[in-house]
Design a binder for this molecule. Structure first.
Ligand SMILES: [Zn+2]
Length: 242
Protein backbone atom coordinates (compact mmCIF):
# COMPACT_ATOMS: atom_id res chain seq x y z
CA UNK A 1 0.00 0.00 0.00
CA UNK A 2 1.12 3.51 -0.68
CA UNK A 3 -0.07 6.83 0.64
CA UNK A 4 -0.30 9.68 -1.82
CA UNK A 5 -1.09 12.97 -0.16
CA UNK A 6 -1.00 16.64 -0.96
CA UNK A 7 2.00 18.40 0.53
CA UNK A 8 2.14 21.52 2.66
CA UNK A 9 5.65 21.54 4.07
CA UNK A 10 6.42 22.88 7.51
CA UNK A 11 9.83 24.49 8.15
CA UNK A 12 9.78 23.20 11.74
CA UNK A 13 11.89 20.06 11.73
CA UNK A 14 15.36 18.81 12.59
CA UNK A 15 17.43 18.64 9.43
CA UNK A 16 19.43 15.52 10.25
CA UNK A 17 17.90 12.55 8.50
CA UNK A 18 17.14 9.76 10.92
CA UNK A 19 17.60 6.08 10.33
CA UNK A 20 14.41 4.22 9.48
CA UNK A 21 15.04 1.93 12.45
CA UNK A 22 14.78 4.84 14.88
CA UNK A 23 11.08 5.19 14.22
CA UNK A 24 9.25 3.11 16.81
CA UNK A 25 6.22 5.17 17.91
CA UNK A 26 3.17 6.78 16.35
CA UNK A 27 1.73 9.67 18.38
CA UNK A 28 -1.81 10.99 17.77
CA UNK A 29 -2.84 14.57 18.52
CA UNK A 30 -5.77 16.84 18.07
CA UNK A 31 -5.02 20.34 16.86
CA UNK A 32 -6.99 22.17 19.58
CA UNK A 33 -7.43 25.35 17.55
CA UNK A 34 -10.52 27.44 16.77
CA UNK A 35 -10.36 26.59 13.08
CA UNK A 36 -8.70 24.12 10.76
CA UNK A 37 -7.07 26.92 8.75
CA UNK A 38 -5.53 28.38 11.87
CA UNK A 39 -4.15 24.97 12.80
CA UNK A 40 -2.55 24.51 9.37
CA UNK A 41 -1.08 28.01 9.55
CA UNK A 42 0.42 27.43 12.97
CA UNK A 43 1.93 24.07 12.08
CA UNK A 44 3.61 25.57 9.00
CA UNK A 45 4.63 28.90 10.58
CA UNK A 46 8.38 29.17 11.16
CA UNK A 47 7.80 31.12 14.38
CA UNK A 48 5.59 28.53 16.05
CA UNK A 49 8.29 25.87 16.46
CA UNK A 50 5.69 23.12 16.25
CA UNK A 51 4.87 20.69 13.48
CA UNK A 52 3.74 17.19 12.65
CA UNK A 53 4.37 14.68 9.89
CA UNK A 54 0.76 14.29 8.83
CA UNK A 55 -2.31 16.46 9.25
CA UNK A 56 -5.80 15.01 8.86
CA UNK A 57 -8.53 17.46 7.91
CA UNK A 58 -12.18 17.17 8.99
CA UNK A 59 -13.03 15.97 5.48
CA UNK A 60 -10.50 13.16 5.80
CA UNK A 61 -7.85 14.61 3.53
CA UNK A 62 -4.33 13.75 4.68
CA UNK A 63 -1.61 16.38 4.23
CA UNK A 64 2.10 15.65 4.45
CA UNK A 65 3.92 18.37 6.39
CA UNK A 66 7.28 16.77 7.23
CA UNK A 67 8.84 13.78 5.45
CA UNK A 68 8.90 10.80 7.79
CA UNK A 69 12.67 10.51 8.04
CA UNK A 70 13.00 13.96 9.58
CA UNK A 71 12.09 14.73 13.15
CA UNK A 72 8.93 16.82 13.55
CA UNK A 73 8.27 18.85 16.68
CA UNK A 74 5.01 17.55 18.07
CA UNK A 75 5.66 15.70 21.33
CA UNK A 76 7.59 18.23 23.44
CA UNK A 77 8.68 17.11 26.90
CA UNK A 78 7.52 13.51 27.01
CA UNK A 79 8.16 10.04 28.43
CA UNK A 80 7.14 6.50 27.58
CA UNK A 81 8.73 3.37 28.99
CA UNK A 82 12.46 4.15 28.92
CA UNK A 83 12.20 6.79 26.22
CA UNK A 84 12.49 10.50 26.91
CA UNK A 85 11.45 13.19 24.40
CA UNK A 86 9.71 11.12 21.80
CA UNK A 87 10.11 13.44 18.80
CA UNK A 88 13.28 11.69 17.74
CA UNK A 89 11.71 8.26 17.48
CA UNK A 90 8.13 8.92 16.49
CA UNK A 91 5.78 9.93 13.71
CA UNK A 92 3.34 12.66 14.76
CA UNK A 93 -0.17 12.83 13.35
CA UNK A 94 -2.36 15.88 13.98
CA UNK A 95 -6.11 15.41 13.61
CA UNK A 96 -8.20 18.50 13.17
CA UNK A 97 -10.48 19.04 16.19
CA UNK A 98 -11.17 22.16 18.25
CA UNK A 99 -10.25 20.28 21.40
CA UNK A 100 -11.27 20.73 25.04
CA UNK A 101 -10.53 24.44 25.02
CA UNK A 102 -12.58 25.52 22.00
CA UNK A 103 -15.35 22.92 21.71
CA UNK A 104 -14.27 19.30 21.69
CA UNK A 105 -16.12 17.51 18.90
CA UNK A 106 -16.42 13.95 17.64
CA UNK A 107 -13.79 13.03 15.11
CA UNK A 108 -15.42 12.70 11.71
CA UNK A 109 -15.91 9.31 10.06
CA UNK A 110 -13.72 10.46 7.18
CA UNK A 111 -10.93 11.40 9.58
CA UNK A 112 -11.00 8.03 11.29
CA UNK A 113 -11.00 6.06 8.07
CA UNK A 114 -8.03 8.11 6.79
CA UNK A 115 -6.28 7.66 10.11
CA UNK A 116 -6.70 3.89 9.93
CA UNK A 117 -5.32 3.80 6.40
CA UNK A 118 -2.35 6.00 7.28
CA UNK A 119 -1.58 4.13 10.51
CA UNK A 120 -1.65 0.74 8.82
CA UNK A 121 0.73 2.03 6.18
CA UNK A 122 3.17 3.37 8.82
CA UNK A 123 2.93 0.30 11.06
CA UNK A 124 3.90 -1.91 8.17
CA UNK A 125 6.60 0.37 6.81
CA UNK A 126 8.41 0.84 10.15
CA UNK A 127 7.37 -2.37 11.83
CA UNK A 128 5.79 -0.49 14.74
CA UNK A 129 4.57 -2.51 17.72
CA UNK A 130 0.89 -2.06 18.51
CA UNK A 131 1.79 -1.16 22.10
CA UNK A 132 3.81 1.77 20.72
CA UNK A 133 0.82 3.53 19.23
CA UNK A 134 0.05 6.37 21.60
CA UNK A 135 -1.79 9.57 22.30
CA UNK A 136 -0.06 12.81 23.24
CA UNK A 137 -1.69 12.65 26.67
CA UNK A 138 -0.14 9.23 27.30
CA UNK A 139 3.37 10.60 26.99
CA UNK A 140 2.84 14.13 28.40
CA UNK A 141 -0.10 13.73 30.78
CA UNK A 142 0.81 16.73 32.91
CA UNK A 143 0.38 19.13 30.00
CA UNK A 144 -1.83 17.44 27.43
CA UNK A 145 -5.35 16.04 27.00
CA UNK A 146 -5.19 15.18 23.31
CA UNK A 147 -6.49 13.28 21.42
CA UNK A 148 -8.99 12.95 24.30
CA UNK A 149 -11.88 10.75 25.38
CA UNK A 150 -13.74 10.99 22.05
CA UNK A 151 -10.89 9.38 20.21
CA UNK A 152 -12.02 5.88 19.12
CA UNK A 153 -9.21 3.80 20.61
CA UNK A 154 -11.37 0.69 20.88
CA UNK A 155 -12.38 0.88 17.23
CA UNK A 156 -8.74 1.33 16.21
CA UNK A 157 -7.64 -1.59 18.37
CA UNK A 158 -10.15 -3.76 16.50
CA UNK A 159 -8.10 -2.92 13.41
CA UNK A 160 -4.90 -3.88 15.25
CA UNK A 161 -3.93 -0.26 15.88
CA UNK A 162 -3.03 0.23 19.54
CA UNK A 163 -3.70 -2.02 22.53
CA UNK A 164 -7.09 -2.61 24.18
CA UNK A 165 -8.28 -4.62 27.17
CA UNK A 166 -11.22 -6.43 25.54
CA UNK A 167 -13.12 -6.74 28.84
CA UNK A 168 -16.89 -6.79 28.28
CA UNK A 169 -18.83 -3.62 29.11
CA UNK A 170 -21.27 -5.60 31.26
CA UNK A 171 -18.47 -6.67 33.57
CA UNK A 172 -16.80 -3.27 33.59
CA UNK A 173 -19.99 -1.49 34.57
CA UNK A 174 -20.26 -3.51 37.76
CA UNK A 175 -16.90 -2.21 38.94
CA UNK A 176 -17.32 1.43 37.94
CA UNK A 177 -17.00 3.74 40.97
CA UNK A 178 -16.33 0.75 43.25
CA UNK A 179 -13.70 1.59 45.85
CA UNK A 180 -10.36 -0.16 46.14
CA UNK A 181 -7.84 -0.43 49.01
CA UNK A 182 -4.71 1.68 49.41
CA UNK A 183 -2.53 -1.25 48.48
CA UNK A 184 -4.55 -1.74 45.32
CA UNK A 185 -3.98 1.93 44.49
CA UNK A 186 -0.24 1.26 44.51
CA UNK A 187 -0.77 -1.83 42.41
CA UNK A 188 -2.69 0.28 39.91
CA UNK A 189 0.23 2.72 39.57
CA UNK A 190 2.55 -0.23 39.14
CA UNK A 191 0.41 -1.51 36.28
CA UNK A 192 0.50 1.93 34.68
CA UNK A 193 4.26 1.91 34.89
CA UNK A 194 4.30 -1.51 33.25
CA UNK A 195 2.07 -0.22 30.44
CA UNK A 196 4.58 2.58 29.82
CA UNK A 197 3.35 5.64 31.71
CA UNK A 198 5.89 7.78 33.55
CA UNK A 199 5.09 7.22 37.22
CA UNK A 200 8.09 8.74 39.02
CA UNK A 201 7.73 11.55 41.57
CA UNK A 202 3.96 11.51 41.66
CA UNK A 203 2.47 14.10 43.95
CA UNK A 204 -1.32 14.25 44.34
CA UNK A 205 -1.80 16.68 41.52
CA UNK A 206 0.36 14.72 39.10
CA UNK A 207 -1.41 11.53 40.11
CA UNK A 208 -4.78 13.09 39.31
CA UNK A 209 -3.66 14.09 35.80
CA UNK A 210 -2.10 10.67 35.27
CA UNK A 211 -5.30 8.86 36.22
CA UNK A 212 -7.37 11.17 34.01
CA UNK A 213 -5.02 10.55 31.12
CA UNK A 214 -5.37 6.78 31.62
CA UNK A 215 -9.16 7.19 31.68
CA UNK A 216 -9.23 9.34 28.52
CA UNK A 217 -7.58 6.48 26.73
CA UNK A 218 -8.87 3.29 28.34
CA UNK A 219 -12.01 4.16 30.38
CA UNK A 220 -13.63 6.85 28.29
CA UNK A 221 -17.07 6.65 29.91
CA UNK A 222 -16.00 8.37 33.12
CA UNK A 223 -13.09 10.80 33.43
CA UNK A 224 -12.99 11.72 37.10
CA UNK A 225 -9.37 11.14 38.10
CA UNK A 226 -10.42 8.58 40.73
CA UNK A 227 -8.97 5.09 40.78
CA UNK A 228 -11.87 2.66 41.08
CA UNK A 229 -12.06 -1.10 40.59
CA UNK A 230 -12.92 -0.74 36.93
CA UNK A 231 -9.68 1.19 36.33
CA UNK A 232 -7.77 -1.43 38.29
CA UNK A 233 -9.00 -4.41 36.27
CA UNK A 234 -8.46 -2.60 32.98
CA UNK A 235 -4.90 -1.63 33.94
CA UNK A 236 -4.15 -5.16 35.11
CA UNK A 237 -5.24 -6.59 31.77
CA UNK A 238 -3.28 -4.00 29.77
CA UNK A 239 -0.12 -4.47 31.84
CA UNK A 240 0.03 -8.01 30.51
CA UNK A 241 -0.08 -6.82 26.91
CA UNK A 242 2.75 -4.30 27.14
ZN1 LIG B 1 -0.67 17.19 20.97
Amino acid sequence: MNIKTPINFSPNFSTTRRNKKKIKYIVYHYTGMRSENKAVKRLTDVNSNVSCHYFIKRNGQIILMIPELFEAWHAGKSNWKKDISLNKNSIGIEISNKGHEFGYENFSKAQISSLIKLSKYLIKKYNIKISNILGHSDIAFERKKDPGEKFPWKHLANKKIGIWHKIKEKKLKKYRKKKISNIEMFTFIKYLNKIGYFTKNLNNNKKLTLVKSFQRRFRQKLINGKIDRECLIIAEKLSKLS
